[in-house]
Every structure is written in structure tokens, then in C-alpha cells.
Design a protein around this ligand. Structure first.
Ligand code: 0X9
Ligand code: ZN
Length: 426
């Protein structure tokens, strides 16, 4: 199957990526924006149309695959995008006719779980409060770390350490969510995994907590997340200002120090895949570097794996993300594939949902990602994954809150497979 090999950059829709720091905080509306799934006859046709979207105000790339692309298009942008779609011989499915209406409808689709926290998407302060509460209620297994660093707007990036203070081994696993602001189910999933682990009576989980340390950062990009709530639902990046540009933010998943600056990362501050001026020039990504390279190591912990939760697409992605597998795979690709496939199979058993297990670059090449850095550097060649959670595009980034618990439940099962492997691997 043809694969996208050249770099793509998610669109800098004027409404989402070029808002100046000083602009009045008018919430972005998406009235009449259509969300399209395009099916292309060739990968060059995909790239041409992605290009057209990127260069058109009001067009926003949601997802790109080998022969499909999802994008939202404003009524004004349609005049430019339609001819580009026809020229590329793509077939079009309209997944949403009016994104604004969908956002409003979805706001009413709350969950029905016992804990109201997981029945809706909560704001930063509430998620922070909940993380503190979990540590307070479970002092024997959990410790709240108020700040591993501050975001560019000064919010604390909090962490939770879970496991025995006196572990049977010094092995550790790192789990993060919320790097991309609009991928709200990634924040909730990390919180769900924490909540399930600390309350579990399952001997397997109790043993994992006795033997290992788990370090969770549920919200790596608090500024972007809050901005989604107050202004622009589809915001992706962080919220730092950029020297010499009026455009805001960095794609934190292009800001890590593994093949930084390579394919699929943009040098332009106005793009949604802007990589920053140098690796770790964002306080958010730098806080992960300090946590894993200094704090965790100084604590004598041996990091075995890092997982980075995202949405959407239902994918278990393993390294490399910076180069295609035909150009080379990690020396322990067989191990990474075995565990990735196991996570996929577990999800299918637990919820019936279909996830795909593959190399990250098979989705598209994108360098400077956290997963590659977890793999190569933070774990020194052991394990790194990106998990793209629900759904397959039906709601995409605006996944209804009644899917928070089902998504968390399947991801928790997958995570336990990785945790068990991290404990038992030689
Ligand atoms: O592009 C990304 O950062 C991830 N997809 S998302 O739609 N959540 O933005 C995929 C990252 C996969 N990993 C690497 N390419 N390293
Ligand atoms: Zn993401």
C-alpha cells in the first residue's frame, strides 16, 4: 500500500493557528464548517489536497492517512477546496454538515458513570484537584507532584507517582496525555488509568504497584487545553508566543530531541506542526526531559517504557515515527510489535473496538515526537508508544463525553499489558 512519505503539516486555519497573543478572546465558531473524509486514488493526490487545505484560510486538517484525509472546511473555504478535491479525483463523504451544531449537540452527551468526574470533560483546575484528591485518598500508593515545570502561561504541569515507595524492582513506566490540546479523551484516559489502578484489588495490578513505579502526567499542555474551552475548540499546539511572528504555539509532539527538525515538522510558527526553534525550547516538553532524564534517574529508577496518549484513529503506534520502516526499524522491533499487537488484541477482547498496531511512520513520517525520544533516549532503546484513542473519525476530536469511560476502559486494559511486560522483560 502506498504510504505518505513526504512531510505534511496540519493546516494553519486562520481561526486556529494565527490568533495573535494580543487578539481579543472571541470564541471561534464553526457555523457551517463541514467535516469531510476524502478517499484518494493515489498518495500524490492526498498531498496535493492537504497542501490546498493548508494554504486556505478556514480549512483545517484533522487527520491524514495513506489514501484518506479528514478536514473541516468553512463555507468560505469551500470555494477553494472543492475544485482541489475534484482535481484530485477524491471521493467525498460528509461526516459533519455543521461542526458548530455537532459541538453543541455533543455537549449534552454526558456519561452515566458513578463518578461524575468521568461523565464529562473537566477543566484544568478540576483535573488538578482530582489528581490531588487521588493522592490524598490513597497515600500508601500515590504521591502528587504539584509541578514538574510550568507551562508558558505559568500553569503547573502536575504529575502523579503511583507504586510502592520501596519498590521490589526499580523499574518505572511513564504515561502522559494532553500534549495536543484538542484531544480531550487523552487527558481523561490518563486520569481513568490512574483512578483504576489505585482502586484495583486485582492481584496482578496490586503486584504491579508493589513492584514498579508509574509516573503519570495527565495534562502536558494545560494552556492549550484551557484555550480549547475558552476560545478555539480545535486548538492543537501550546500557547507560547513566537519571536518574529504573530502566530502562537508550538506542536509539542515535534519539539522532542529525537531527529528534531526532520520530516513532518514545520519550521513555520503559523503551522499546526511547528517544531519550535530548537528541541525542548518549550517549557512543556522541557519539563518532560527534566522529569525523565534527571528526576527519575536521580531517584534510581530504570525507565522501561513511555506511552503518549493522543486521539483520534484507534492506533497503537511504535517507533520509528521519524522514518519509514523500509528505511530501518528499531533493533528490538519484534518486542515492540509483540507488545503493540497484544495491546491491540486486548482492546478487541475487552470492548470489541478495532485498533491497528503499526509503526508510527506508517501513519505519516513526523520527527521530533515524544514516542521516538522515549524509545531512543529516555528509556535508552527500550520502549515507546503513541496510542491514538477513539474514534475512527465519526466525531474525531469532538468525541462525546459518554465515550470517556469506554475509551478509558479499553486503554487501561492495553496499558496493563505493557506494564506486565515492562515488569517481566529480561
Ligand atoms: O502527528 C502526531 O503528533 C500524532 N498524531 S495526532 O493526530 N494525535 O497529532 C502521531 C504521532 C506519531 N509519532 C511520531 N510520528 N513520532
Ligand atoms: Zn495528538
Amino acid at each position: 500500500m502506498p504510504r505518505l512519505s513526504s512531510a505534511f503539516t496540519l493546516a494553519a486555519a486562520a481561526t486556529t493557528a494565527t490568533t495573535a497573543a494580543t487578539a481579543a478572546p472571541e470564541p471561534t465558531r464553526y457555523d457551517g464548517h463541514q467535516v469531510l473524509r476524502l478517499q484518494f486514488p493515489s498518495s500524490t493526490a492526498v498531498l496535493r489536497t492537504v497542501d490546498a487545505c493548508e494554504n486556505t484560510e478556514g480549512c483545517n486538517m484533522w487527520d491524514v492517512r495513506a489514501l484518506t484525509a479528514d478536514m473541516s472546511v468553512s463555507p468560505a473555504a469551500m470555494g477553494t477546496i472543492k475544485p482541489a478535491i475534484y482535481a484530485s479525483n477524491a471521493t467525498t463523504q460528509v461526516w459533519m454538515r455543521d461542526l458548530q451544531k455537532v459541538i453543541e449537540e455533543v455537549a449534552a452527551m454526558k456519561g452515566f458513570g458513578l463518578d461524575p468526574f468521568f461523565n464529562n470533560y473537566q477543566r484544568f483546575a478540576e483535573i488538578q484537584r482530582k489528581a490531588q484528591e487521588i493522592a490524598t485518598l490513597n497515600p500508601e500508593v500515590a504521591r502528587y507532584e504539584p509541578s514538574i515545570g510550568k507551562s508558558s502561561q505559568g500553569r503547573d504541569i502536575f504529575a502523579l507517582y503511583i507504586g510502592n515507595a520501596n519498590p521490589g524492582t526499580n523499574r518505572a513506566v511513564y504515561i502522559q496525555g494532553g500534549m495536543h490540546a484538542r484531544e480531550w479523551v487523552s487527558h481523561t484516559t490518563v486520569m481513568w488509568i490512574i483512578d483504576q489502578m489505585v482502586t484495583s484489588t486485582d492481584p496482578v495490578v496490586v503486584n504491579l504497584l508493589r513492584q514498579m513505579t508509574f509516573i503519570f502526567v495527565p495534562m502536558l499542555n494545560p494552556d492549550g487545553y484551557e484555550f480549547c474551552h475558552t476560545n478555539t475548540r480545535l486548538w492543537r499546539k501550546s500557547r507560547n508566543s513566537n519571536a518574529g511572528s504573530t502566530c502562537i504555539g508550538t506542536d509539542l509532539n515535534r519539539n522532542f530531541a529525537d531527529h528534531w527538525g526532520g520530516g513532518g515538522s514545520s519550521p513555520s510558527a503559523c503551522q499546526d506542526t511547528y517544531r519550535g526553534t530548537v528541541a525542548f525550547d518549550t517549557p512543556e516538553a522541557a519539563s518532560v526531559e527534566t522529569l525523565l532524564m534527571t528526576t527519575v534517574r536521580n531517584a534510581g529508577l530504570d525507565l522501561i517504557a513511555g506511552i503518549d496518549f493522543h486521539a483520534y484513529g484507534q492506533l497503537i503506534l511504535r517507533p520509528y515515527g521519524w522514518q519509514l520502516p523500509n528505511a530501518g526499524t528499531p533493533p528490538n522491533d519484534a518486542e515492540l510489535k509483540t507488545v503493540g499487537d497484544r495491546m491491540r488484541d486486548t482492546i478487541r477482547t475487552v470492548s470489541g473496538m478495532r485498533y491497528t498496531s503499526e509503526h508510527a511512520a506508517e501513519l505519516y513520517v513526523a520527527a521530533g515526537g515524544a514516542d521516538d525520544w522515549f524509545y531512543s533516549t529516555a528509556t535508552n532503546g527500550k520502549m515507546g508508544y503513541t496510542i491514538e484513542l477513539r474514534d475512527e473519525g465519526q466525531y474525531g476530536f469532538v468525541l462525546p463525553a459518554n465515550q470517556i469511560i469506554p475509551t478509558g476502559t479499553e486503554a487501561y486494559a492495553a496499558f496493563l499489558e505493557l506494564a506486565k511486560h515492562a515488569l517481566s522483560r529480561p
